[in-house]
Design a binder for this molecule. Structure first.
Ligand SMILES: [Zn+2]
Length: 66
């Protein structure tokens, strides 16, 4: 999945807002680009995968700090 603005694949799940509720009904979830800060929506399953990999990455970096 890529940013619609700059084409980067450095996306992270964005904070969910009330306005995103309508998008959620279309199985879309908000994400934000780490490069250009553009906020966009991707398929819900993609967003859940993204969120899962963020969790794993966070766990790994915590191990590294020890
Ligand atoms: Zn971007």
């Amino acid at each position: 999945m890529h940013c619609t603005q700059c084409g980067s694949n450095h996306l992270r799940t964005s904070r969910f807002r009330f306005a995103d509720l309508a998008r959620l009904l279309l199985f879309q979830y908000p994400v934000r680009c780490r490069v250009c800060r553009e906020r966009t929506h991707v398929g819900l399953l993609l967003a859940l995968n993204l969120r899962q990999s963020e969790k794993i990455r966070r766990r790994e970096s915590r191990v590294d700090q020890r």
